[in-house]
Design a protein around this ligand. Structure first.
Ligand code: HEC
Ligand code: HEC
Ligand code: HEC
Ligand code: HEC
Ligand code: HEC
Ligand code: HEC
Length: 360
C-alpha cells in the first residue's frame, strides 16, 4: 500500500480554517462622516432646446395634404412625360429640375454641363423645400416677371404673377433667324425644327412673339391675358381626382374640361363655347397647314422642308425663304404647339392665323 503524504493536506485544511474565521468577523460601527467638500459655483441654466421635429411635422403631418399633392403630381405629365432624359446643356434648363434651378440662379439659357441623374419637374423645382425646414418653404420660387427669350413684338414683359413660374419654361425658345415683317431679305434656315419649340403657351397667353403680319384683324388680346396668376388660375383649379386640376395641372382630359377655374368669370359654364372656339381655330390651322404643304414649305409631319421641296431642311438642304414664308410657317407652329386651341388668347390666335392665310 502506498503511503499518502499528509502534509499538504493539513496545510490546505489550515488555510480553509483561516479564511472561514476571517469572513465570520463582524464589521465594526461606521466611522464619523467626513467633512463636506467645498461646493463649486452652480452652472447657468441652459436655454431649452426646440423639439427637433416641431416644424417638420407642420408639413410631414397626418392631414394627408402632402400626400394629395404628391399623388396628383405623380399622375401629371411633369412626372410621367419622360422627357427629362433631355438633359443636354440647352435642354436641361426646362426639362430637368436641377437644370432649371441652375439656370434661374445664374440667369443663363444653358447649363454648364449636362445634368447627371436628371430629375423631372418636381416639388423642389417650384417650392423652396427644405430651406428653413418650416412651412414657409412652400413659397414659390421665381414668381417675378419673365424676361422672355423670344419677344420681338412687345417692349414690355408680361406679368402673370404666380403663373410666371410656369412661363419660364412654357415659353418659346430663341428663334433664329427671325424674319422682320416687310423685309425683302432672304432668310436661310438650316434646321427642320424651326419654330417656337413645344411650349409657347406664355407667348400666346400674353399675345406676343408671333409674326404680326397685317390683314383683316388687328392684333389685340383676349381678356384671358390679364387673369390674375395666369396659368395657375385655370390649370391648378380644384383637383378632379388625378385627371384634372391641382398638381395634375391639366385643364382638359379626354374631352372633359375642368371648369372650376372658369366659373368665377363664366358662371353659366363655358364648355360649349370653348369647344366651338377650338373647332374654329383648328379649322384655321388645318387650312394654313394644307397651304404650307401645297407650297412645299412644310412636310406632312409638320417639319420645315429644304429648298429641294422633298427632304427636311438641313445645312446641306437649307430652306431659303421670304420673310412671309418663314414667318407664316412660324405662326402655324406657334398656334399648333400652344395646344390650347385658342383658349389662351383667342383674338391673337385668330389674327395671326387669318392674316397669314390671307397673305399666302
Ligand atoms: C414646407 C414643408 C416641409 C417641411 C417644413 C419639411 N419638409 Fe421634408 N419634405 C417636404 C417635401 C415636399 C418633400 C418631398 C416629398 C416627396 O417628393 O415625396 C419632403 C421630403 C422629405 C424626406 C424624404 C427624403 C427627401 O429629401 O425627399 C425626408 C426624410 C424629410 N422630408 C424630412 C424632413 C425633416 C426632418 C424636416 C424638419 C427638419 C422636414 N422634412 C421639413 C416638405 C417639407
Ligand atoms: C422647369 C420647367 C417647367 C416649369 C417651371 C413648369 N413646367 Fe409644365 N412642363 C414642363 C415640361 C418639360 C413638360 C413636359 C414634360 C415631359 O413631357 O416630360 C411640362 C408639361 C406640362 C403640362 C402637360 C402638357 C401635356 O402634354 O399634356 C402642363 C399642363 C403643364 N406643364 C403646366 C404647367 C404649369 C401650370 C406650370 C406652373 C404652375 C408649369 N407647367 C411649370 C416644364 C415646366
Ligand atoms: C424654354 C424651355 C425649353 C427648352 C430650352 C427645351 N424644351 Fe423641350 N419642351 C418644353 C416644354 C414646356 C415642353 C412641353 C410642352 C407640352 O407638353 O405641351 C417640351 C416638350 C418637349 C418634347 C416633347 C414633345 C411632344 O410632342 O411630346 C421633346 C421631345 C422636347 N421638348 C425636346 C427638347 C430638346 C431635345 C431640347 C433641347 C435641344 C428642348 N426640348 C429644350 C420646354 C423646353
Ligand atoms: C410646376 C410647379 C409646381 C410643382 C412641381 C409643385 N408645386 Fe406645389 N404649388 C405650385 C403652385 C403654383 C402653388 C400655388 C397654387 C395656388 O395658389 O392656387 C402650389 C401650392 C402647393 C401647396 C399649398 C401651399 C400653401 O401655401 O398652402 C402645397 C402643400 C404644395 N403645393 C405641395 C407640393 C408638393 C408636395 C409637390 C411635389 C409633389 C409640389 N407641390 C409640386 C406649384 C408647384
Ligand atoms: C383661361 C384659362 C387658361 C389660362 C390662363 C392658361 N391656360 Fe393653358 N389651357 C387652358 C385650356 C382650356 C386648355 C385646353 C385644354 C383642352 O382642350 O384639353 C389649355 C391647354 C394648355 C396646354 C396643353 C395641354 C393640355 O392640358 O391640354 C398646356 C401645356 C397649357 N395650357 C399650359 C398653360 C400655361 C403654361 C399657361 C400660362 C402661361 C396657361 N396654360 C394659361 C386654359 C388656360
Ligand atoms: C378672370 C376671368 C376669367 C376666367 C378665370 C376665365 N375667363 Fe374666359 N373669358 C373671360 C372674359 C372677360 C371673356 C370675354 C367675354 C366676352 O367677350 O364676352 C372670356 C372669353 C372666353 C371665351 C370666348 C373667346 C374669347 O377669348 O374671347 C372662351 C371660349 C373662354 N373665355 C373660355 C374660358 C375657359 C375654358 C376658362 C377656364 C379654363 C376661362 N375662360 C376662364 C374671363 C375669364
Amino acid at each position: 500500500m502506498k503511503k499518502i503524504k499528509l502534509l499538504p493536506f493539513y496545510a490546505m485544511l489550515l488555510m480553509l480554517a483561516v479564511i472561514t474565521a476571517v469572513s465570520c468577523t463582524k464589521e465594526g460601527p461606521a466611522g464619523p462622516a467626513g467633512a463636506n467638500g467645498t461646493n463649486g459655483t452652480d452652472g447657468e441654466d441652459g436655454i431649452n432646446g426646440q423639439d427637433g421635429t416641431a416644424t417638420c411635422i407642420q408639413c410631414h403631418d397626418n392631414s394627408q395634404v402632402m400626400f394629395a399633392k404628391i399623388n396628383q403630381w405623380e399622375h401629371s405629365i411633369h412626372a410621367t412625360g419622360g422627357n427629362y432624359e433631355r438633359n443636354g446643356t440647352d435642354c436641361a434648363p426646362c426639362h430637368t429640375s436641377q437644370g432649371f434651378l441652375e439656370r434661374m440662379a445664374n440667369g443663363s439659357m444653358v447649363t454648364e454641363e449636362a445634368i447627371a441623374n436628371p430629375n423631372p419637374v418636381n416639388c423642389y423645382t417650384c417650392h423652396d423645400i427644405h430651406k428653413t425646414y418650416t412651412p414657409s418653404d412652400w413659397a414659390l420660387l421665381y414668381t417675378g416677371a419673365v424676361d422672355y427669350w423670344h419677344n420681338p413684338t412687345k417692349a414690355i414683359t408680361e406679368d402673370f404673377e404666380k403663373g410666371n413660374l410656369c412661363s419660364n419654361c412654357h415659353q418659346s425658345r430663341v428663334v433664329t433667324p427671325w424674319p422682320v415683317v416687310g423685309s425683302t431679305d432672304t432668310y436661310t434656315i438650316t434646321s427642320y425644327r424651326y419654330g417656337p419649340h413645344h411650349g409657347p403657351m406664355a407667348n400666346l397667353l400674353g399675345g406676343f412673339g408671333g409674326y404680326e403680319i397685317s390683314g383683316t384683324y388687328t392684333f389685340s388680346d383676349s381678356p384671358h391675358t390679364t387673369i390674375q396668376d395666369g396659368c395657375v388660375a385655370c390649370h391648378m383649379a380644384d383637383a378632379f381626382g388625378v385627371e384634372l386640376g391641382g398638381h395634375v395641372m391639366n385643364v382638359g382630359y379626354e374631352g372633359t374640361l375642368n371648369e372650376s377655374g372658369c366659373v368665377s368669370c363664366h358662371p353659366d359654364g363655358i364648355e360649349d363655347e370653348t369647344v366651338a372656339m377650338q373647332e374654329e381655330i383648328h379649322a384655321l390651322l388645318d387650312s394654313l397647314g394644307a397651304k404650307l404643304m401645297d407650297m412645299s414649305i412644310m412636310d406632312n409631319t409638320g417639319y420645315l422642308l429644304g429648298d429641294d421641296g422633298v427632304n427636311r431642311a438641313s445645312s446641306s438642304n437649307p430652306a431659303n425663304l421670304t420673310a412671309n414664308e418663314a414667318g407664316i410657317f412660324f405662326n402655324y407652329k406657334f398656334v399648333e404647339e400652344d395646344r390650347s386651341g385658342g383658349v389662351h388668347n383667342y383674338k391673337y390666335a385668330r389674327a395671326i392665323l387669318t392674316n397669314s392665310l390671307e397673305a399666302l
